[in-house]
Write a protein of this length. Structure first.
Length: 305
């Protein structure tokens, strides 16, 4: 089987495994990578950028090395790696559960669920705040959890899949601008920004194209992206959040509270603040974008032949 065909087939099979089985309940390789990264941090940590660069190079290099070592196994290795690094089913499930809990007024249950979606402080959020936090997380993580791994899998096979997930995991662990990680986490944050430049824009394009599936207009989604994305502090999250806001006809952004402090995020899109019904629509849009991303990744992988 030729390389491009094996990669394409593995991406599809891995996506199907994620949709059917979700994340492994025990012994998840990404969780194992996180534990290894935490252990290494106790050795490599210093309040300097070069220490963070070393930390990033060692861990991402190790993940890519594993990918190089197993890629000769062809389609099975690609399928297992794809299943390992994707998180689309878990994302959609968490978003739907959040909407269901908010619909019945179960704020305690919704607050308990929020940490599985994002790092905001759930105790300070009311129902509307929880809906907005969940919706913004679904928009951003549609790219991070599904589209980006598929893009890198299509471009670089198993090493691309594992390398991207290592980059994104390290950003989630240390890519913060607080006292501990402002310098040490700099390399992780910047590497993640670079790795997501193309996937975020593909996610934006797919969101615009699929807006009518959730009652939105392509022109409105594109206008919100072009007008508002650059105001966001992230060069990538701004793209997908603005496009999603436009597709849903809602307004995202504003005061955002994290355990480490408060940020005033720019307004993205026009219209009212998101409701529980909009959260359900966001989940449907995310799943449609994920499915479309598989088709694009398959075409990209076949083109490598």
């Amino acid at each position: 089987m030729q390389k491009g065909t094996a990669t394409a087939g593995g991406l599809v099979l891995g996506f199907v495994l994620d949709r059917v089985l979700g994340d492994p309940r025990r012994w998840h390789p990404v969780a194992g990578f996180g534990s290894a990264a935490s252990a290494l941090e106790s050795v490599t940590y210093a309040d300097r950028r070069r220490a963070g660069v070393l930390h990033e190079v060692v861990l991402v290099g190790a993940a890519v090395g594993v990918g190089v070592g197993v890629r000769g196994l062809g389609l099975p290795a690609t399928a297992l790696a794809t299943w390992t690094v994707l998180g689309g089913r878990s994302l959609a499930k968490a978003g739907s559960e959040m909407a269901d809990r908010l619909e019945v007024g179960d704020l305690d249950g919704a607050r308990a669920l929020l940490p599985s979606l994002c790092g905001r402080d759930p105790e300070v959020l009311d129902a509307d705040g929880l809906a907005r936090a969940a919706l913004e997380s679904i928009a951003e993580n549609t790219s991070d959890a599904t589209v980006a791994p598929l893009v890198w899998g299509a471009l670089a096979g198993v090493p691309g899949l594992l390398g991207y997930r290592a980059i994104n995991t390290l950003d989630a662990m240390i890519g913060y601008r607080n006292d501990r990680y402002r310098n040490f986490g700099w390399a992780a944050a910047r590497t993640d920004d670079l790795a997501n430049l193309l996937p975020a824009r593909l996610t934006g394009l797919l969101t615009v194209a699929l807006a009518p599936l959730v009652g939105g207009r392509r022109a409105t989604a594109l206008r919100a992206w072009r007008r508002d994305a650059a105001q966001h502090p992230s060069p990538n999250a701004g793209v997908v959040e603005a496009a999603t806001a436009g597709a849903l006809g809602i307004r995202l952004g504003g005061r955002t509270e994290y355990p480490h402090g408060v940020e005033q995020r720019p307004t993205l899109g026009d219209g009212p603040a998101p409701t529980v019904a909009d959260l359900h629509r966001a989940v449907r849009l995310s799943e449609a974008v994920q499915a479309a991303a598989v088709a694009v990744a398959v075409l990209g992988a076949l083109a490598r032949r």
